[in-house]
Every structure is written in structure tokens, then in C-alpha cells.
Design a protein around this ligand. Structure first.
Ligand code: HPA
Length: 273
């Protein structure tokens, strides 16, 4: 049997001895949002370090644990800390938690991230539902032998992001008075922020936001038939758009500034999904 499948299965089997996540909403928390995982009621926590085949996260501020609990009445399985391609994990590792969530019986996935805005009408602090994406990461978790247990060799990506849940999320956000947009996310490898020339290229080919995550998870989710939506927090205008240099500090400060809004959106959305 396929090694990647076996690893995912062993990880899921282990997690299932600690918790029953079937029917939960999976939540992948990006930069600045990790604390939402601390706010779940009746939490059951499993450290990544204890899960077979799960690697370690290396990003400061990412905790590295799974938390199952209730959020506003909804059963939620939170990944506090994700694996990024730029950390040196291969794509199959980056996509592993998504596949494990599928094996655990999660019913839908909400992915979140911090991103740079390259749509000129965006502002730092804008939230954006990802409508569609461009995989510019130069790799793909579905590369190699197809894992039939998860899905087909040539998965369709016409509707990679779930429209019904995205529409629902847009409505919830508008009702909350949030500056909410929909757009195209372009995934770069990182870890450097893009060059101004790369951002002009991204704008020309139709990107609204750029970032270094989420694309592998969407690909893996779509492949295995896990409904998935994704929300970017535009933490900064992308390189070359303001004349200022980019910094991780600015990314963190903006994520921190809008996190209460972001958290409320997820809290309300999860309860309605
Ligand atoms: N580029 C890539 N990733 C990011 C950015 C950016 O400008 N901001 C936050 N994550």
C-alpha cells in the first residue's frame, strides 16, 4: 500500500484513540489566530509530537497541537500550527493533516492564513475569502503515485473552494460589518516575501493576494473530497505597492489588530456550517 496513505492512516488511528472528531469542522489556524484553539470548550488536546509521522512546526507563535472542542456550539477540530513548504517539509507532509482530517471524518475544512494584498483596492486588515487560487509553489502534494484511497488521478479544480460555505461566510461577515472580499490567492514558495516584479506579475495574471501556504491544503482537500473554504487576512500590501519594505512585524501587528473580528467570523460561521 502507498506509504503516504499508511502514514496518514496510522496518524489518524492514533488520534482516534484520543478523540472522536467525526462530523467536526476542521480549522487550520494561520499566523496570529492560533489562540482560537485555546478558546474551545471541553477541549481534548493531542500534541503533534505524540502523533506518529507528524513533523514538528518551526514557526514562532505556532503551537503544534490538535484541539477538539466546542466553538459556539459547533464541534471543531483545530490545528494550532501548520506545516509550511518553506520550512523544508515536502508537499506530502504539508498536506498530511488535511488527509488525516478526512480520515477522522471531519465534514468540512476552514483554512486561514495571513497574506499580502496585491489587489489595489485592498487594505491591511481586509479579510478575503479565497474563491480560486494559482499554484505557483512549483510543487504539488498530489505529485507521484496517485493515492486511490483519497481520490482520482486527475482531480477537477473548477470548484476547489466550496461555494455554498463561501457564500455563507460572506453573508456572516457582512452581517458582522466586516470589510470582506473574495478573490484569487497565489501561493509562492517563500520564505522571502515576493519582489515587486513578482507582485506585478501576480497582478497581471489575476491574483488578489499572495502567500506561502494554503494551496497544498486546498489541493489535498479537493482531491479527497473534503469540502473546504479558505480565508486570508490581508496583513500588508504586497511588495512594491507602498514604497515601504515588508516585515514579519507588520504582518503580526495587522493580524493582531483584526484577530477579534476574524475569530468572531469563524465562531459564527462554524456554528452555521
Ligand atoms: N507575501 C507572502 N506571504 C505573506 C505576505 C506577503 O506579502 N504577508 C503575509 N504573508
Amino acid at each position: 500500500m502507498n506509504q503516504t496513505y499508511l502514514r496518514c492512516k496510522e496518524a489518524a488511528d492514533f488520534i482516534q484513540t484520543k478523540m472522536d472528531a467525526s462530523g467536526a469542522i476542521g480549522l487550520v489556524l494561520g499566523s496570529g489566530l492560533g489562540e482560537l484553539g485555546d478558546e474551545l470548550e471541553d477541549p481534548i488536546i493531542v500534541d503533534y509530537a505524540d502523533i506518529p509521522h507528524f513533523p514538528k512546526t518551526t514557526v514562532p507563535g505556532h503551537k503544534g497541537r490538535l484541539v477538539l472542542g466546542k466553538l459556539n456550539g459547533a464541534k471543531v477540530l483545530c490545528m494550532q500550527g501548520r506545516f509550511h513548504f518553506y520550512e523544508g517539509h515536502d508537499m506530502k507532509t504539508v498536506a498530511m493533516p488535511t488527509r488525516v482530517m478526512k480520515l477522522l471524518g471531519v465534514k468540512a475544512l476552514i483554512l486561514t492564513n495571513a497574506a499580502g494584498g496585491c489587489n489595489k483596492t485592498f487594505k491591511p486588515g481586509t479579510l478575503m475569502f479565497i474563491d480560486d487560487f494559482i499554484n505557483y509553489m512549483g510543487d504539488n502534494p498530489l505529485y507521484g503515485e496517485n493515492i486511490e484511497e483519497f481520490g482520482p488521478r486527475f482531480p477537477d479544480m473548477t470548484k476547489a473552494l466550496d461555494k455554498e460555505y463561501t457564500d455563507l461566510g460572506m453573508k456572516v461577515a457582512r452581517d458582522l460589518g466586516i470589510d470582506i472580499r473574495r478573490g484569487v490567492y497565489m501561493g509562492f514558495r517563500g520564505p522571502n516575501y515576493e519582489t515587486p516584479a513578482e507582485i506585478r506579475f501576480a497582478q497581471i495574471i489575476g491574483a488578489d493576494a499572495v502567500g506561502m501556504s494554503t494551496v497544498p491544503e486546498i489541493l489535498a482537500a479537493r482531491h479527497c473530497g473534503l469540502r473546504c473554504i479558505a480565508i486570508s487576512c490581508i496583513t500588508n500590501m504586497a511588495a512594491g505597492m507602498t514604497g515601504e519594505e515588508l516585515s514579519h512585524k507588520e504582518v503580526q501587528e495587522t493580524a493582531d489588530r483584526v484577530k477579534d473580528q476574524f475569530k468572531e467570523l469563524i465562531r459564527q460561521l462554524a456554528a452555521k456550517m
